[in-house]
Design a protein around this ligand. Structure first.
Ligand code: C2E
Ligand code: CA
Ligand code: CA
Length: 813
């Protein structure tokens, strides 16, 4: 016992381990997606934030660059003015005269300290230091030189040697590069008292880091600036050591720490390289300044993603709960349909499980539908096609025969003395016999032929392509097959068979007619013990009158020979007439009043039943409306035939009538005989469902004669049953009938169906029905069917009576 328990527990555990929950899956998915979204957004945002920040910075950089350029330009201009100012100094003018005239031969011509021939060794605004100064005579010969100690003399000499440069420098400041060291130079002519040019003064300043820093002062942290010669890539002077280091480490440029934003020409010269000013951004500083902003944006983003994830999770949790509910419902339906849904042992979440359950259920339902369809088209006992399938195949076969101009034969077979066997040996022997007969019939025929059991001991064989000869040969085979005794249990039974044959097209071109003629032939064969017999029109006594009658029926409808009578139905509890059943009559000019039982089946066989049913419906609804207008409150009950239930167009046609007379379908009862439903359950079910959906009340007529179970009928959209009069009329004297009626009433009530008893002919039956709790009574005891005017007068004459009218009615019959 223990061992079993343990092993049983194992798979369950494994199952629960393998089952994954939708919520868990989605949580994992959302987390992953959230992180991914966050990362992606972060990268994108980082970039856009940096771009936005740098756009903002850019304006400031432009301003920085412009300010610096202005200062440099100003300093250079002032430097040039300084040359003018120094050249006009009286001491220098005097000296130049002296040097030229040779009167001052002692004055040192080269000085390392500030010479006395210069007024002040500072530029006018002091931002550019004068490193060199030189004086030249009229013939550009060098007269005196001043240079700061730290600069090598030869450089200065070289500047002075370039007399061409001297000339240019008197017009505007110049940049000269001597041994890769750039110098800013400016010159101005020296004049004597007579305004005669006696010489030229040249001043120079080396362009280096100090030069730049003195002019622009300390640069802001965000930028670094530099001076470039010509188109040079590397600056000759930089404003900060950070930039110098970056150049040394090659961290300047697009991907480096410093990136260039401005590069403008400051000084242009034909003879010497121009001087450019450049500005770089310190990206490190900028990104450090952006960091707090980026951080706050990131926080916002994280918050939004978290909020969104939470929202998704709530939605998913809600979906999961709903799926669980659907799941439970599906399982409930499956249980009700008797479908076993195995516990889930495979992978997947709730949706997968639900999907599998639905798939399994639909498979089962499809299989069930197939089985039902098969069942509806086949005979339970013999598994042979039933009447409805035979008709279906016959229609196809007739069409093919017509198209291919080929013959076709239909045989109707009836066993001889089967009733005796059934009665004496019992039904189970009879059933076994029928099964063997069916097997033998099937074995004799081809696959393209159809053998069908029409009911009881009646069979049919549809033989496409069979002419007179072939039909005859087959019948002989069948008779021969039946001659061998049939062994059932310990008995050896012999059974004869009578076969009637109708051929297409000789004996008819439609299924009903062929069946009818084969039937006539079969009776002929049986009556004369012929074995088989072909249909012969001249011997069919009934056919002419029957067919004649059926043919006339169609005209009778148009010529107003039909009429309706109405029979009241009474609520047993209140005694009130609440409904009438419409019953058709044919008042034939020759034969007088023909009861419906004599022409309804002919109408069904000839197809006149459709116009007939519609005619009855039309008149009944018209009458119902006129009662309604007269203030008489009556429901109306109309009979539908077997064929009506196979007619898919019927519901639409009925709807048109309902619309025309503006009648509530809830006040119309449609009576369908039990046998009609059972002869073709599928079509009946379809049409009934449509009629019920349209709002009609559906009633099963002649209940008890069709061998169907109430449980089966309950599957149909039925509202009430009408117990057949054969059980009711004598239920006061026949105990069996009373038992059947009582059981039927109880069962129907348990299933929520109302019960009508028809054929109530006496007070005793009425009282008995009242005692058994039957809902409605109909019968001659209340009133025979009468014409509408008579019924109206009768109802009116009862209205003033206060007491229950039932008792006086007994007298009214
Ligand atoms: P049903 O639908 O069962 O109709 C009841 C039949 O029982 C009627 O016969 C009615 O006159 C008869 N009846 C009523 N009360 C009693 C009673 O107390 N005792 C006895 N012995 N009989 C009673 P009816 O009018 O001759 O109709 C016979 C059948 O013809 C109907 O049986 C119905 O199946 C069919 N039928 C009548 N009118 C129509 C119709 O318009 N369309 C179709 N498709 N069938 C109809
Ligand atoms: Ca009826
Ligand atoms: Ca009936």
């Amino acid at each position: 016992m223990e061992v079993t328990k343990a092993t049983a527990a194992l798979p369950r555990k494994a199952v629960s381990l393998r089952r994954t929950s939708l919520t868990r899956n989605v949580v994992v998915l959302i987390c992953c997606l959230g992180i991914l979204a966050w990362l992606l957004l972060d990268i994108l945002q980082e970039r856009t934030t940096a771009e936005a920040a740098s756009r903002e910075w850019h304006g400031q950089f432009e301003q920085d660059a412009a300010r610096q350029r202005a200062r440099i330009k100003h300093s250079v201009a002032t430097f040039f003015e300084t040359a003018q100012y120094l050249a006009g100094h009286s001491a220098l003018r005097q000296r130049v005269q002296d040097w030229q005239s040779g009167s001052d031969a002692v004055t040192p011509r080269v000085s390392l300290w500030q010479p006395n021939w210069l007024a002040r060794i500072e530029s006018l605004d002091g931002s550019i230091a004068i490193n060199f100064a030189a004086v030249y005579g009229r013939n550009r010969e060098r007269l005196a030189i001043y240079h700061k100690q730290q600069r090598p003399l030869p450089a200065v000499l070289e500047i002075a040697a370039d007399v061409g440069m001297l000339q240019v420098a008197t017009q505007q400041p110049q940049i000269v590069s001597i041994r890769n060291v750039p110098f800013l130079i400016a010159a101005f002519p020296v004049q004597d008292g007579m305004n005669e040019v006696t010489g030229t003064l040249l001043i120079a300043s080396s362009v280096d880091n100090g030069f730049l820093q003195r002019i622009i002062g300390p640069d802001p942290r965000r930028t670094a600036s530099g001076l470039l010669l010509g188109d040079g890539q590397k600056p000759v002077a930089v404003s900060s050591s950070r930039l110098a280091e970056a150049f040394a480490e090659k961290k300047v440029g697009r991907e480096g720490r410093f990136s260039l934003v401005a590069n403008e020409l400051l000084l242009e010269s034909e003879h010497a390289p121009g001087l450019r000013h450049a500005l770089w951004i310190d990206e490190e500083f900028v990104s450090r300044s952006n960091a707090p902003y980026v951080f706050s944006v990131r926080q916002q983003r994280l918050f939004i993603i978290l909020l969104f994830s939470l929202l998704c999770l709530t939605v998913v949790a809600r979906i999961a709960v709903r799926i669980e509910k659907i799941h439970r419902k599906v399982d409930g339906y499956a249980r009700r349909l008797g479908i076993t849904l195995l516990p889930d042992s495979s992978h997947g979440d709730q949706i997968d499980h639900l999907k599998r359950h639905l798939e399994r259920m639909s498979e089962e339902v499809i299989a069930e539908t197939y089985a039902l369809e098969y069942q509806a088209q086949h005979d339970n006992l013999t598994n042979l096609p039933n009447r409805s399938l035979l008709f279906e195949r016959m229609e196809v076969a007739l069409q093919n025969a017509q198209d291919d101009n080929e013959p076709l034969a239909l045989c109707i077979m009836d066993l001889d003395q089967f009733k005796e066997i059934n009665d004496t040996l019992g039904h189970h022997i009879g059933d076994r016999l029928l099964q063997e007969v069916a097997r033998r019939l099937a074995s004799v025929l081809r696959r393209t032929d159809t053998v069908s059991r029409l009911g009881g001991d009646e069979f049919a064989a549809l033989l496409p392509g069979a002419d007179h000869q072939r039909a005859k040969a087959i019948c002989r085979k069948i008779i021969a097959a039946m001659e061998r005794p049939i062994k059932v249990e310990n008995l050896r039974l012999r059974i004869g068979i009578s076969i009637g044959i109708a051929l297409c097209p000789e004996h008819g071109g439609d299924g009903n007619l062929l069946l009818q003629h084969a039937d006539v032939a079969m009776y002929e064969a049986k009556r004369k013990a012929l074995g088989f017999c072909f249909y012969m029109a001249e011997r069919d006594e009934h056919s002419i009158s029957r067919l004649g009658l059926a043919g006339e029926l169609s005209d009778a409808i148009n010529q107003n020979q039909l009429m309706l009578e109405y029979q009241p139905m009474v609520d047993i509890k209140t005694g009130k007439i609440f409904c009438v059943e419409a019953l058709v009559r044919w008042s034939h000019p020759e034969y007088g009043c023909i009861p419906p039982e004599e022409f309804i089946s002919a109408a069904e066989q000839t197809g006149v039943i459709r116009p007939l049913t519609l005619w009855v419906m039309d008149r009944a609804l018209e009458q119902s409306r006129s009662w309604q207008r007269a203030g008489i409150d009556l429901k109306i009950s109309v009979n539908l035939s077997v064929r009506s239930l196979q007619d898919r167009k019927l519901p639409d046609q009925v709807q048109k009538l309902i619309d025309r007379y503006n009648i509530d379908p809830g006040r119309v009862i449609l009576e369908i005989t039990e046998s009609a439903i059972m002869s073709d359950p599928l079509s009946a079910r379809r049409v009934m469902r449509r009629l019920s959906n349209m709002g009609f009340i559906l009633s099963i007529d002649d209940f008890g004669t069709g061998y169907s179970s109430l449980a089966y009928l309950k599957q149909l959209p039925v509202d009430e049953i009408k117990i057949d009069k054969s059980f009711v009329t004598q239920m006061d004297s026949e105990e069996n009938d009373a038992v059947i009626v009582r059981a039927t009433i109880d069962l129907a009530h348990n299933l929520g169906l109302k019960v009508v008893a028809e054929g109530v002919e006496s007070t005793d039956v009425w009282d008995l029905l009242e005692m058994l709790g039957c809902d409605t009574a109909q019968g001659f005891f209340i009133r025979k069917p009468v014409g509408p005017h008579e019924l109206t007068d009768w109802i009116r004459s009862r209205e003033w009576e206060q007491e229950r009218w039932v008792k006086p009615m007994g007298a009214a019959i």
